[in-house]
Ligand binder design. Structure first.
Ligand code: ADP
Ligand code: MG
Ligand code: MG
Length: 253
């Protein structure tokens, strides 16, 4: 069965059409990579899926395991199992990671009419998930992201993902240069948390990340459309040849 089914999705920012008919199908257990030149609409796609304000959907549909995703609030999308790497505030002074995650986990449980976790069960869960991402206990008791290094923020993000156990994680690895350490953390988290029930979409400008996360499918987004889909070999071809040959095919039309 399909986990995510995006059909002819159109979206605008300030009346300007950015997504011009996206079609994408994701099954449980799959890893998809979305690549493409800067300004193609990769981040816009993730923002639209997240339900971020300021993005107007002008056409199409998104089915998420049987629910119409676009009809849900941003919060309910998250409760339904959609995780976006940038969804959580960058820094929250005065709120420790522990308390932040406790609230997030218990809100989700409430959505499904489950009782809040006891303090000891929550700590047990934290310990278990922390081990997966090798997150230091000290980091967990500090304010969310405050003074975290780039690598610590990444680790924290993957930790949040591990805690929330999403059905679909969308990791928008923006063009801010990820160092090798951060790449390793992201990839290690994705690979460890992979099951045959969940799926991941990795958005990246660079082929490099795909040395660590092996995608089942690679899509190229350009001018608001997916212009090419292939296997992992497509990413290698793009690394070698760049995007110009694909752009030319599209621009000539
Ligand atoms: P990518 O992630 O592929 O680099 P984006 O989704 O960030 O691309 O941007 C796609 C297009 O939308 C670009 O032309 C960009 O200038 C425009 N855009 C993105 N965000 C905004 C915004 N907040 N306001 C106006 N235009 C935007
Ligand atoms: Mg960009
Ligand atoms: Mg982007």
């Amino acid at each position: 069965e399909l986990l995510l089914d995006i059909k002819d999705l159109h979206a605008s920012i300030d009346g300007k059409e950015i997504l011009k008919g996206i079609n994408l199908q994701v099954h449980p257990g799959e890893v998809h990579a979305i690549m493409g030149p800067n300004g193609s609409g990769k981040s816009t796609l993730s923002m639209v899926l997240a339900g971020a304000p300021g993005y107007e959907v002008t056409g199409g549909s998104v089915d998420f395991h049987g629910k119409q995703l676009l009809d849900l609030s941003a919060e309910d999308r998250s409760h339904e199992g959609l995780f976006l790497s940038f969804q959580y505030p960058v820094e929250i002074p005065g709120v420790t990671m522990v308390n932040f995650m406790r609230a997030a986990v218990n809100e989700k449980r409430k959505y499904f009419n489950e009782p809040a976790l006891s303090a000891s069960d929550f700590l047990k869960l934290m310990r278990q998930k922390r081990a997966i991402v090798e997150l230091d206990n000290k980091l967990a008791s500090r304010s969310v992201n405050e003074g975290f290094s780039g690598g610590e923020k990444k680790r924290n993000e993957i930790f949040q993902m591990a805690m929330l156990e999403p059905r679909l994680a969308i990791l928008d690895e923006t063009d801010s240069g990820l160092d090798i350490d951060a790449l390793r953390i992201v990839a290690g988290g994705v690979n460890t948390l992979k099951t045959d029930r969940n799926a991941t979409i990795v958005i990246t400008h660079y082929q490099r990340l795909l040395d660590y996360i092996k995608p089942d499918f690679v899509h190229v987004l350009y001018k608001g459309r997916i212009i090419r889909t292939g296997g992992p070999e497509l990413a290698l071809e793009l690394e070698e040849r760049g995007y110009d040959w694909l752009k030319e095919e599209v621009d000539a039309q």
